[in-house]
Ligand binder design. Structure first.
Ligand code: FES
Length: 100
């Protein structure tokens, strides 16, 4: 799916609705974004509120699960399930978000 590029500051997180459910978009600056499912796969905490990006990991602060932003695999912490990561491609004023 493609959406208009939202107004975001570097480091900001924002939930957007897609056909695949809610997606959490994290803006890294320039044309760089990360998109993941909006809820933690452990017990469903809202990652817009409880998720923190630390280097190449998203940490859910509910029970401190760490997920790789590269493939969503759990690195340490409570979750044994992977976090779904989407591919984000910028195209002018559009963001194309697809399952990776
Ligand atoms: S709900 Fe995210 S670590 Fe438990």
């Amino acid at each position: 799916m493609a959406i208009a590029k939202p107004e975001m500051k570097p480091g900001e997180k924002k939930k957007i609705k897609t056909e695949e459910g809610e997606v959490l978009l994290i803006y890294l600056g320039g044309d760089k974004y990360i998109a993941t499912e909006a809820k933690c796969p452990h017990l469903g905490c809202d990652l817009e509120k409880y998720g923190v990006l630390i280097r190449e990991e998203i940490v859910c602060q509910c029970h401190f699960s760490h997920f790789s932003i590269l493939d969503g695999k759990p690195i340490k912490g409570a979750s044994k399930k992977s976090l779904k990561i989407f591919k984000v491609i910028t195209d002018g004023n559009l963001l194309k978000i697809t399952s990776s």
